[in-house]
Design a protein around this ligand. Structure first.
Ligand SMILES: [Zn+2]
Length: 108
């Protein structure tokens, strides 16, 4: 890893929590909430509503929040991301996933 890449990485790691704190849904201890399968889903009583890919992902209450976070994360070096609605929550929440289309196009 070059020095520049390491600096970029550090910048990203330092700034990411602040961006998440601003846009993600926060729990009582102030940390971003993440998506987890319900007990019924884990035990197999209920069919999984969302693929394993969503487990542990940060939750955004609105698509606008998710998009705003994506743009800021991209600005500090994250891969291009798009917001998508999660099928797990009753009231609806959003996650970010890598935008494969843009990620490939911007590679070089
Ligand atoms: Zn979710």
């Amino acid at each position: 890893m070059t020095d520049f890449a390491r600096l970029e990485r550090e910048l990203h790691d330092q700034q990411r929590p602040a961006i998440l704190a601003q846009h993600a849904r926060l729990s009582k201890n102030g940390r971003p909430e993440v998506c987890t399968p319900s007990r019924a889903e884990l035990s197999g009583e209920q069919r999984r509503r969302e693929g394993k890919g969503s487990d542990g992902k940060v939750i955004y209450d609105t698509v606008a929040d998710a998009r705003a976070a994506a743009r800021k994360l991209e600005a500090i070096g994250a891969r291009p991301m798009i917001a998508y609605p999660c099928r797990r929550s009753r009231h609806g929440h959003y996650h970010l996933k890598t935008d494969k289309h843009r990620a490939e196009g911007s590679d070089r």
